[in-house]
Design a protein around this ligand. Sequence first.
Ligand code: RB5
Length: 142
Amino acid sequence: MKIVVGSDHGGYELKEQLKKRLIEQGHDVLDVGCGGEPVDYPDIAVALSRVVLEGEVSFGILCCGTGIGISMAANKIKGIRAALCADCYSARMAKEHNNANVIAFGGRTVGVEHAWEMVCAYMNAEHLGGIHAARVAMIDAL
Ligand code: RB5
């Protein structure tokens, strides 16, 4: 699978750890930054969203300190459905019900193991379609 990752400085360590695990599992990972230096999370959200909307990747992973600011920024971009995840059930539902094309985490709020389990829960899920697809279409039309 091809996946794009991005973070600000607050999510950098988590982004690096998730990237490492994805690569170890054979995924092709594109990294839009940062490299650990202080950056503004909206810039990273825009860079990653562009890649997702170009259709080059299956989905994107964003990390900032809390995951809040970077997911808020991504969700301003039409076509992006970014889900801030803090538990595995929500990560699975983000795919099954919401067909999220970006998942977001807080590097200062969740541990690497927990974040990785959430990434796996999302990746192992399938969008259920039907009424859920209709609701996602309603979001996209907003
Ligand atoms: C940066 O210090 C911090 O504000 C950012 O990483 C994030 O938590 C914002 O939502």
